[in-house]
Design a binder for this molecule. Sequence first.
Ligand code: SF4
Length: 459
Amino acid sequence: MSSVNTTIQLITREEAEAAQEARAKPGRAQESCSTELAKGPWEFDLAEALAGTPGYGPGASSEDVAPAATPVQGQLPQEYKDASDAELEARILAAKAELGDRVVVLGHFYQRDEVVQFADFVGDSFQLANAAKTRTEAEAIVFCGVHFMAETADMLSAAHQSVILPNLAAGCSMADMADLPSVEACWAELEALYGTEPDADGRVPVIPVTYMNSSAALKAFCGEHGGIVCTSSNASTVLEWAFERGQRVLFFPDQHLGRNTAKAMGVPLEQMPLWNPRMPLGGNSQDAMENAKVVLWQGFCSVHKRFTVGQIEQARADFPGVRVIVHPECPMEVVDAADEAGSTDFILKAIQAAPDGTTFAIGTEINMVNRLAAQYPQHTIFCLDPVICPCSTMYRIHPGYLAWVLEGLLRGEVLNQITVPEATAVNARIALERMLAALPQAATKQTVPAGQPQSAARA
Ligand code: SF4
């Protein structure tokens, strides 16, 4: 099977027949949300530099506006732009061989295959941060993912290790939807409303919970205010932890993960007001806020927002008996219509545990879905979204940047280092350590088919 990148290039060249063959599911439409994705990411580095404004690149939702402070990637040296895929592959392998244990390359599930093939570890953001900790002999951790992941790796790795993000423009639009000043302003309003005194059971008025997909500054905010970080694997465990210590939760930045998780725990929707940071009281009435159990920040992932109930209905019509699994960053109605919802690791384990010949429709980023389809040919696996639309910021990492930073290390240069100031990292680590102690629990929603071991439903 061709990679997502190759397929987009085929579509761009209007080689429809070849593109059709390259798709995960023959017979489905072969179009991309942006044929611009076929270009080298350096073209967008240049466009952003010329415009003087950062961006999320082609394929991103028009609703996503990068904050002014978003890092912009400088120009990749021409030799890496001009190099063929084969040349880049040879240079990366040679650099890795020469660096040996001095470097470890981490690749997120959502990275393109052309990058993942060089990763020493492949996983989700939390697994990769942990993986980095196991390779303490590595002076450099090259994180093929997005900015908040590299920040977390920097905070969890040893002091002598440097963390490198091959393209600084690889951010996350969801993480950018909550910034420290907006969260501090929200917190001040909540304190004014609820006070700061614990109730008779010793529970404070509000516990802040941030998703892993957030800046180090917000993780530090949580550490400083009795809060915690969660992942999509352990969100329900973390919410239980928070409700033992607080009367309610402020959950940011992903409203969908917060809503899906709390709903599965029995929190009524009317007790989950949505907080719009641009409006007083988040746009809610005093009554709604007084009744709140989970205050949901108005953030979302543009990739997972693309999945719809209509796509699920179509998959069920095309493939009777199909198992539909979606990520909990999807909207609530999509999670409700799916058979199961869980983290990337949950999806992987569900596929591994399924009997041969199972058909899966998956609602998560397409690079991961297509890779699963290639790795588990005993099943039929396809992406719920028939349009090829990878995460536009993950896509900013290309083998050209990987070769550039690795060859920089050979010369003794640490390019694109991500460093979290220690004053921030100290508090962020408190929230991260609390998360580490909260073991992953069941997925947000699960319907474990008969005969399937329960462990398959654990993330
Ligand atoms: S898939 Fe969504 S949450 Fe993940 S990095 Fe991309 S924009 Fe951010």
